[in-house]
Design a binder for this molecule. Structure first.
Ligand code: XIL
Length: 352
């Protein structure tokens, strides 16, 4: 049986209004800002009610793990597209595009990739992988996260490069190489460099913004074919946005000619005390403030959340609340009902 508080909230007039409101997907036509959400492949997680909400709300499907290297090329040259193709079929059937996530990352790689040492073998592996994935889903891809999480200022390398297996084998040129390989395989979709941890007043955020900006500048002077900075946007409702620092960073990024996309939005409410209603309002306000800031610099090409419903969130693997209640980081609750965060998205996605 549902708890009384939930029953009340489900039947309130405001909630009925919210449930009847125009889906995000339809709002994307007025603003040109597409809406996407990450999810497992339908073949892996055949949650029919969730899939129904995904096709109603989103026009981009973001494979949460299905296109990662460990899934798509577990052994050298042996590709596995069962999951990717299940997403492709779902997307095509429902008139959606797919956000390609992700070609080059230090995580979710099979052992054979993490053991690459010789530059020639690494270059060969990168070429085969990028060429195969990009070609396979040509025409269906909205944008590609070509390189994911390239910086880690704590690693102490120039331009803040992360000491990833790719950097280890190929040095600083691996980013340029990856983008050129992707561009050669498909000239159409925007190619993104995706990064996290840029939003707050913390020293870590400041260092990450500064490293990323110098890297983006450097890549521009090299002519690397990057179109877009993908702001992962894993937010934490208990932290304070750096209004000035983040605005100035984004302005400089845009001035360099990069477009912006918001690609993995969610809001960690592990440290927000209070009732569910109060927490949801704080999450909504945090998302509104963040989107306000980004839109004040440039309208992003798309907004994607890292999941659609609180039913499935990666944050649960790493965070929990002291009061034992579940995290509420996404636009729909566990019963697939729209939350205040959904309204914040709706306002920005409908912006004329
Ligand atoms: C996460 C997935 O959501 C988890 O299910 C998985 O266990 C680990 O990866 N940044 C990224 C995403 O670019 O690929 C990550 O996805 C979340 C952080």
């Amino acid at each position: 049986m549902l708890p009384a508080s939930l029953v009340t909230s489900l039947t309130s007039k405001a909630d009925i209004g919210l449930e009847n409101a125009i889906p995000l997907r339809q709002r994307t036509t007025t603003s040109g800002v597409r809406y996407g959400c990450a999810s497992a492949a339908p073949s892996v997680q055949p949650d029919i009610t969730l899939l129904d909400k995904i096709r109603t709300e989103a026009n981009i499907f973001v494979p949460e793990g299905s296109l990662k290297w460990i899934v798509t090329e577990p052994q050298p040259g042996q590709f596995d597209f069962l999951q990717g193709d299940s997403i492709a079929v779902f997307a095509r059937r429902n008139g959606m595009l797919v956000h390609g996530h992700t070609l080059v990352w230090h995580a979710a790689i099979p052992t054979w990739v993490s053991q690459l040492v010789a530059p020639a073998s690494a270059r060969m592996a990168l070429g085969r992988h990028i060429g195969t994935l990009v070609s396979r889903y040509k025409g269906l891809i909205w944008a590609w996260d070509v390189v994911n999480e390239a910086i880690e200022p704590d690693d102490g390398i120039d331009y803040g490069y992360r000491n990833s297996p790719w950097y280890h084998c190929l040095g600083a040129d691996y980013i340029d190489l990856a983008f050129r390989l992707a561009r050669d395989a498909d000239s159409k979709p925007p190619l993104c460099l995706s990064e996290y941890g840029l939003e707050y007043q913390t020293l870590a955020s400041k260092r990450r913004r500064s490293a990323l900006l110098s890297l983006l500048r450097h890549l521009r002077t090299q002519g690397t074919p990057i179109d877009c900075l993908a702001l992962q946007s894993h937010l934490s409702a208990d932290q304070v946005l750096d209004q000035d620092g983040l605005t100035s960073f984004l302005r400089q990024v845009v001035a360099l000619g990069y477009r912006l996309a918001i690609t993995e939005l969610d809001v960690n409410d592990a440290k927000i005390p209070g009732t569910i209603e109060a927490r949801d309002r704080i999450v909504e306000a945090h998302v509104s403030d963040y989107l306000d800031l980004v839109f004040s610099v440039a309208r992003p090409i798309s907004i994607a959340t890292w999941g659609l419903s609180d039913r499935y969130t990666w944050l649960r693997q790493y965070y929990s609340r002291d009061d034992g209640t579940a995290l509420r980081p996404l636009p729909l609750d566990v019963n697939l009902r729209r939350k205040p965060m959904w309204s914040a998205l709706a306002r920005f996605i409908s912006a004329p």
